[in-house]
Design a protein around this ligand. Structure first.
Ligand SMILES: [Ca+2]
Length: 453
């Protein structure tokens, strides 16, 4: 498909519109926008803003940057268990249990001894043993810059963890910008970084940064191991402002997925390893804010979620060397309502496998291959923070596919809880674990409820 010069001008105009929308939206923000007040008193507009939304240089895409944001905090999560229903009759009755209360939990990993590791965005790694959250964070986590949407992100075990006990963390490393505040304090930026440490049973030891992207001003990051033994990591670009164009710049890791060896080095067979002007770790380009790195257990492909603005959320299937189009093509609209691109198609760019208009603010995703919810074995589960720019609409979607991975149905789940959802993982017990995205957040577990009558 030919892309006209007019199209390119339109894209630049759209970029300026995004920027304008951001400035305008920010200027008009009432106190407590998007705030999360812990529930009591929530909804009266008095809740403080979420910490990641406090006066960022460019408001994060998750922070209601639209024309007329609504300040209506999510209600507090009760103690549970919550008895909910789902569509498929064999899994009609569900029980949702609060496993632990956590502050902005971000990712979940299961240790072979049954313990659960959970990252909190502020920079803490927590551990739940025998269903009890250790009040002391796990030692050994590097210093993290937690501001805007940055912080401690993913935690993943090496596929041969039983032998090498390696744990991987993706996080934003504080690095000086060279600037200082009016009070003379150094201004720090956060660089998307991959660290690896050794789990000694209670702490991370010998923690080292094994890949530094050099990219600051980035957003979320997930990591996952492929069937080829390589580690794949998303490095998100900022979703608004002039930084959106970094996703298309091959000499910048922002807005890309990278492919690394398990020691963080660059494999010699990467798609752009010897191409001038390209970062050698790049595996795919043209992403916005990537929020999952889920290996399809059937096909061995990575399915990755990507937040669009107010429309254009995507699930993409990673293909070596492919360009996923952001910010030049999107099915979506920006926060002021304008379409991102005249056409969502462009020669040489990959189309999403799943697209949402309006957005649900996609987050973590997972496939189900456990033995408990057998009716969900060809489903992909994806978290959502907010649907259609409206508060209290966070939920999880179960997207059901046929044996050819063609979409059959989308079932919104956990809507009744009115919590923003950050991550979803399947435990070794075959149950589904869900991290909410709230400041006063939680780790939830979805279990079968009482048998259907
Ligand atoms: Ca795309």
């Amino acid at each position: 498909m030919h892309v006209s010069r007019k199209g390119a001008v339109g894209v630049i105009a759209a970029g300026i519109m995004i920027l304008a929308a951001v400035s305008l939206g920010h200027a008009q923000q009432p106190e407590g926008r998007g705030g999360r007040g812990g529930g009591r008193g929530a909804g009266r507009g008095a809740a403080p803003p979420r910490p990641e939304c406090v006066n960022p240089k460019i408001p994060a895409a998750e922070c209601s940057v639209g024309a007329s944001p609504i300040a209506w905090a999510d209600p507090a999560l009760g103690d549970g268990p919550f008895l909910l229903e789902s569509a498929r009759p064999e899994h009609r009755n569900l029980r949702v249990v609060v496993v632990a209360r956590l502050q902005q939990p971000w990712s979940i990993a299961f240790l072979p001894d049954g313990s659960i590791l959970v990252t909190e965005r502020a920079g803490r790694l927590r551990i739940i043993r025998n269903g009890v959250l250790d009040p002391a964070p796990v030692a050994g986590v590097p210093e993290v810059r937690a501001a805007g949407l940055q912080g401690l992100m993913d935690v993943v075990l090496h596929p041969q963890f039983a032998q090498n006990r390696w744990v991987y963390l993706s996080y934003h490393k504080p690095v000086p910008t060279g600037g200082t505040t009016p009070l003379g304090q150094p201004i720090l930026a956060g660089e998307s970084t991959l660290a690896r440490g050794v789990w000694d049973g209670t702490a991370l030891t010998n923690v080292q940064d094994i890949f530094r992207s050099g990219a600051t001003g980035t957003e979320s990051s997930r990591i996952g191991f492929g069937r080829d033994g390589m580690l794949y990591m998303s490095v998100s670009a900022s979703g608004t402002g002039p930084d959106v164009f970094r996703s298309a710049d091959p000499n910048d890791y922002a807005g890309k997925t990278v492919r690394l060896r398990d020691d963080g080095s660059i494999p010699p067979d990467n798609p752009f390893v010897s191409r001038e002007g390209y970062k050698p770790g790049i595996y795919t380009l043209g992403h916005r804010n990537g929020h999952s790195m889920s290996l399809n257990p059937d096909t061995g492909e990575f399915w990755v979620t990507e937040q669009g603005p107010n429309g254009g959320d995507e699930v993409n299937i990673l293909k070596r060397g492919a360009d996923y189009g952001w910010p030049y093509v999107s099915h979506g609209v920006n926060y002021m309502g304008k379409k991102i691109s005249d056409s969502p198609y462009r020669e040489g760019t990959e189309q999403p496998k799943v697209v949402w208009v309006p957005s649900i603010a996609t987050t973590g995703g997972t496939f189900y291959r456990g033995d408990v919810f057998t009716g969900w074995r060809n489903s992909y589960f994806v978290g959502g923070l907010r649907e259609g720019e409206t508060p209290r609409t966070g939920h999880m979607q179960r997207i059901e596919f046929n044996e050819n991975w063609e979409e059959l149905r989308r079932e919104p789940m956990l809507r009744e809880l009115k919590q923003r959802i950050r991550d979803i993982r399947v435990g070794p017990d075959g149950l589904i674990y869900v991290a909410t995205a709230e400041q006063q957040g939680a780790l939830l577990r979805i279990e079968p409820g009482d048998p259907a009558p």
